[in-house]
Design a protein around this ligand. Structure first.
Ligand code: IFM
Length: 426
């Protein structure tokens, strides 16, 4: 296990949610087809305002920043590379370094170039090839500025919304497609991991850390005395929380009754990136059919008496869940970086409490031996929350979408003070 050079503290964003005018990707097309109540438009105009936004980050005492590179900007047409877009992200990376901020760069955060979607996107059998070609271009151009790469953000969230529930582009509702995408994501991650490491070894001769950002929820059975609820939970937890990580580490992909496969590499995570938001109560949904239900029908719900405080999107605020999932990750014996943790709320006191309580659970897990080496609050800015539009407010910095004015919220200082304390500076 290779420890990270320092504890990483900061906030996260993603290109389509903050940059504005990402006109060559599948979300933009989905938006102009009127499939959403709100389109991303100029979002936070971060593509032009990144420098002043990073000034805010630096003043808030953070030492790292996670953001994503927009594939559709770099490769707007198949194998046609936009020099200006490369220069843009180079300037972004330099701007972070000038402010003492360690970049953590995500390569895929839900959006895809349109040319790739038209070919079939993540269903295409050459997905690992397309994604690796893009990755290679990125490491060649940006490698000297970057030590931390996240290949894919929340693979299961992307797969579920886009290919199983039909809520995000490409809008499919297919169990077999979901399985195909899962396998392609895994192969694409493995291939990207190898390419990144080869480049750092051969060309840069410097260490690099590569992972995914894995969304992990804390699941609890609705009725702990119902074997059906308990088994539904086990299957859900295995598929949504564990399978990708296990396969990337063991090099073995096993789907009971479907397929088993030796993958082209094992140990393709240098740390575990975790996105944690909530706890879900799980109930057996009454049917065991493949096409409808990823093997077992399952309902996520709140508990009539146990569910606590909610955020403005109806997600339960459950800090202890973070402790529990961190403890479970100990089995991998890898450093853990919380790549996202955040709350959508109009009440900034609730956000401050959220940050304090979650960080205190991180501290508890760390004291009990979990090797936590980073924490990124989601998000730096209020932003475009996908199908929910601009309503949910996740930012420690408020954005006025009419004027693009930024206002630092009190919770940002709460985060800052905890960071400072933890890093031992004033
Ligand atoms: O906004 C998203 C982000 O894109 C991925 N993780 C969860 C966040 C909140 O829903």
């Amino acid at each position: 296990m290779k420890p990270l050079p320092q504890f990483l503290w900061g906030t996260s964003t993603s290109s389509h949610q903050v940059e504005g005018n990402n006109t060559a990707n599948d979300w933009w097309e989905w938006e102009i087809q009127g499939k959403l109540k709100e389109a991303s438009g100029s979002a936070c105009d971060h593509y032009r305002r990144y420098e002043s936004d990073f000034d805010i980050v630096a003043k808030l005492g953070q030492n790292a920043h996670r953001f994503s590179i927009e594939w559709s900007r770099l490769e707007p047409e198949e194998n046609v590379w936009d020099e200006e877009a490369f220069l843009h992200y180079e300037r972004v990376l330099k701007a972070l370094h000038e402010r003492g901020l360690e970049p953590v760069v995500t390569l895929h955060h839900f959006t895809n170039p349109l040319w790739y979607t038209r070919k079939g996107g993540w269903l295409h059998e050459k997905t690992p090839f397309y994604f690796t070609r893009f990755t290679k271009k990125c490491v060649e151009a940006f490698g000297k500025y970057v030590r931390f790469w996240v290949t894919i953000n929340e693979p299961l969230v992307y797969l579920y919304h886009g290919f199983f529930a039909g809520l995000w582009p490409p809008g499919l509702k297919s169990f077999s497609s979901s399985m195909r995408v899962f396998r392609n994501q895994l192969l694409a991650h493995i291939s990207a991991y190898k390419v990144i490491h080869q480049h750092y070894k051969k060309e840069l001769n410097q260490p690099v850390w590569v992972s995914i950002a894995k969304h992990i929820s804390h699941f609890t059975p609705c009725n702990p005395h119902s074997w059906k609820d308990v088994w539904t939970l086990k299957i859900r937890s295995w598929f949504f929380n564990d399978l990708f990580l296990d396969a990337a580490v063991s090099g073995f992909l096993f789907f009971p009754g479907l397929f088993a496969e030796i993958l082209p590499a094992r140990n393709t995570l240098d740390f575990i990136g975790v996105n944690y938001y909530t706890r879900d109560f799980i109930r057996f949904g009454g049917q065991f059919t493949g096409e409808k239900s990823l093997g077992v029908s399952c309902e996520k719900s709140h508990h009539p008496t146990e569910t606590g405080e909610l955020n403005m999107m109806g997600w339960e605020v459950y800090p202890e869940g973070l402790y529990h999932i961190l403890k479970k990750l100990k089995r991998f014996n890898l450093p853990v970086v919380i790549t996202e943790n955040g709350i959508a709320t109009l009440d900034d006191n609730q956000r401050s409490r959220f940050i304090q309580n979650h960080l205190s659970e991180v501290g508890r897990a760390a004291k009990e031996g979990v090797n936590v080496q980073g924490y990124f609050y989601w998000s730096l800015l209020d932003n475009f929350e996908w199908a929910h539009g601009f309503g949910p407010r996740f930012g420690v910095v408020e954005v006025d979408y009419q004027t693009q004015a930024r206002k630092v919220r009190e919770s940002a200082y709460v985060l800052r003070d905890i960071c400072r304390k933890l890093m031992g500076s004033n």
